[in-house]
Design a protein around this ligand. Structure first.
Ligand code: DHB
Ligand code: FE
Length: 282
């Protein structure tokens, strides 16, 4: 049977893609950010996942405001990347795992989650920047697992509630764990933490709220479902709604979990960058 090894969160800021391309890992601005990934690389090297479920929010490449699925799951053999405006180099396609994708979609629709299934999906920086962070050289890193993108709407209101995001993760867990093949799966939640890119509050960051989320998501995620969507926008910023991806990831991990590493760094570009590795008991 497939099993979930753990979950990893990371911000997906496009500037990170530029820093990777320009090899700025030791630069004083970037070092505290990249240092947050050392333990994660070690864990990935020791655990060698076969599949990565990459939960991210599309920013206008795969979907646009005219057609915005609340929850979309990739079911393709591969996922092409393009730049949706940040000037990042386009990467080669990322191999998928359509058999597991369809199994998860079947399971989740049976569980009454109405999924948009995508047999073609272009993936943006929200997906590829984390892949490059965790598997340097992606998609040409030989250890890079096959990937299944899951995108949730954080762009066009109404966005899902935090409770719905956590419940989505719980249903996702059922779908993964009922897949008959022995596969080791890691789940990513990309985006966040607090940030707002435009309008009067552009540059807004809320350290206290980020700490509250980081302190609770590992062992007490249910308390975070009490935060309303309006409060989330108010406290995390308009794009801080990407925290929903973290809740979806967390729901997939179950109750018996251990935090392996946590990093928080302000700011990277306009964002409070957060990284967390949570391991599931086996
Ligand atoms: C930034 C952060 C994001 O989450 C994003 O999607 C784009 C840009 C930023 O801080 O620059
Ligand atoms: Fe984003």
């Amino acid at each position: 049977m497939a099993k979930i090894l753990g979950g990893i969160t990371t911000s997906h800021i496009p500037a990170v893609g530029h820093a990777v391309k320009n090899e700025l890992h030791e630069d004083p601005y970037w070092k505290p950010f990249f240092d947050g990934y050392t333990k994660i690389h070690k864990w990935i090297g020791e655990n060698k996942p076969d599949v990565v479920i990459n939960i991210y929010n599309d920013h206008g490449l795969g979907f646009f405001l005219d057609q915005m699925p609340t929850f979309a799951i990739g079911a393709a053999h591969e996922y092409r990347n393009e730049d949706e405006g940040w000037g990042l180099p386009s990467l080669d396609p990322f191999p998928g795992h359509p058999e597991l994708s369809w199994h998860i979609i079947e399971s989740m629709v049976a569980d009454e989650f109405d999924i948009t299934s995508c047999q073609e999906l272009a993936v943006d920086h929200g997906f590829v920047v984390p892949m490059q962070l965790f598997w340097p050289g992606a998609p040409h890193n030989p250890d890079m697992p096959r990937a299944i993108p899951i995108s949730a709407n954080t762009v066009q209101h109404p966005i899902p509630t935090l409770k719905r995001a956590l419940d989505f993760g719980k249903a996702l867990r059922k779908g993964i764990e009922s897949f008959p093949e022995d596969l080791k799966v890691v789940v990513l939640g990309t985006g966040g933490l607090s940030h707002q890119l435009e309008g009067e509050r552009a540059g807004f960051i809320n350290k206290d709220f980020d700490k509250y989320c980081l302190d609770n998501i590992v062992h007490n995620p249910e308390v975070l479902t009490k935060i309303t969507r309006h409060e989330l926008v108010e406290k995390a910023g308009a794009q801080g709604t990407e925290f929903l991806m973290w809740m979806m990831m967390r729901g997939a991990l179950g109750d018996d979990v251990t935090q392996i590493t946590r990093n928080y760094h302000i700011p990277i570009s306009n964002t409070a960058s957060g990284t967390l590795l949570i391991e599931c008991a086996q």
